[in-house]
Design a protein around this ligand. Structure first.
Ligand code: ZN
Ligand code: ZN
Length: 388
């Protein structure tokens, strides 16, 4: 089906919501978006009045469905990427962990090898790498392995960037660590520096922003709390309009009210929904590995033996459902926190991130409960829940 029509859908676009309309898909791209009923001769798929959104872009995800980017497995990335379509995710940043240089390098090289042959029709596309650590604070490791924390340097980042064939798009780092500001100043034009796993003060965060930091990694997790005399990372993230922030909206990593506060402060253009998922996503309860550490997964929680949260098992569609419930805002306002904001930050918004003529036909069709009914990847339809 190189040319077909998704009709009878509620279509969310940058210029507003079309309550009932259709999208013509042609040669992997969005060819037109129109209100009303389709009258032409092309094959049609009936969206049955459901919600048509841009495919989700997850900029912080270690793995899922039994796989992890740190496994450095080609087949693992393939299986992960194929599986992600079921949650509406069509692009993501493969995310590494604080580990030995050797293991990080192997993971990066594997990602690059996989990218060369990745199937754009049957799998979510890896659009780059999020390097989470090793340049973090030893005082806020969370589920990162403290044995491999190291100080940042321009040379070390460049070494990783060569291994990654310049696919590192985001680095989570602690700005208060020696060497961090020099690295940030030198490299922030090519890489999004994201403040996380840090004990930075309010002033240190704002200094880092002045030097080029743009983002905060999983706000509320592994950062300095808000205190009325030292507002910390959270206070700076809330107040500084130059900072965007990502949140794991699973109801476990943050209280729903904390999510709502962040959303009220940042608005829908500077808030990114992420999963920070690890390999147990989409798998049964049990014991799993995360970056060389044992993780116990029970119900919807993944924790180290110490009790520390160890990534999530959240899916993007569930995160969006939670976000609607926690903020009380509408899908009309919230859709962009799953796609467009990320595409702009990664500078891929000419091809991805919204439903617009000429962009890639990466689309998620969801019902009122934000269950994924179908995902369209580069124009190819994958049905999940039924009926379409
Ligand atoms: Zn983290
Ligand atoms: Zn993470």
């Amino acid at each position: 089906m190189s040319e077909y029509v998704i009709e009878n859908g509620r279509i969310y676009t940058e210029t507003g919501t079309i309550k009932q309309g259709y999208i013509v898909i042609k040669n992997d791209k969005i060819d037109s978006i129109e209100p009303g009923e389709y009258q032409g001769d092309l094959t049609t798929i009936d969206a049955r009045g459901q919600h048509i959104l841009p495919g989700f872009i997850d900029i912080h995800m270690h793995g899922g469905y039994g796989e992890d980017a740190m496994d450095a497995s080609h087949d693992g990335l393939k299986h992960l990427s194929e599986s992600l379509l079921s949650e509406g995710t069509t692009s993501y940043l493969a995310t590494t962990m604080t580990q030995s240089d050797e293991n990080i390098t192997k993971a990066l090289e594997n990602i690059v090898d996989y990218q060369k042959v990745q199937d754009q029709y049957n799998a979510a596309t890896i659009v780059g790498v999020h390097l989470e650590g090793p340049f973090i604070s030893e005082h806020k490791v969370g589920a990162q392995n403290p044995a491999y924390v190291q100080r940042p340097s321009i040379a070390k980042v460049e070494q990783f960037q060569v291994a990654a064939n310049h696919q590192i798009k985001v680095i989570t780092f602690a700005p208060e660590v020696e060497g961090a500001n020099d690295t940030l100043k030198a490299l922030h034009k090519d890489i999004q520096f994201s403040i996380g796993h840090t004990v930075a003060t309010f002033d240190e965060v704002n200094d880092a922003v002045a030097h080029g930091a743009k983002h905060v990694t999983h706000l509320y997790n592994a950062g300095t709390s808000f205190e009325h005399r030292e507002p910390g990372v959270f206070g700076a993230a809330w107040l500084n309009d130059q900072l965007s922030t990502e949140l794991i909206v699973d109801g476990i990593h943050s209280h729903p009210a904390a999510v709502k506060i962040a959303y009220k402060q940042k608005g829908n253009e500077r808030f990114f929904l992420i999963t920070d998922a690890m390999r147990a996503k989409g798998m049964p309860d049990g014991e799993y590995d995360l970056g060389g550490q044992n993780v116990i997964v029970k119900g919807s929680e993944a924790r180290l033996a110490s009790g520390a949260l160890a990534g999530s098992i959240l899916k993007m569609n569930k995160g969006l459902k939670n976000l609607i419930a926690f903020t009380g805002d509408t899908l009309e306002n919230l859709w962009r926190v799953t796609s467009l904001n990320q595409a702009i930050a990664l500078n891929i918004d000419k091809q991805k991130g919204s439903l617009k003529v000429g962009k890639d036909a990466d689309i998620a069709i969801v019902n009122d409960d934000i269950d994924v009914l179908a995902t369209i990847k580069s124009g190819k339809l994958h049905k999940f829940k039924i009926v379409l």
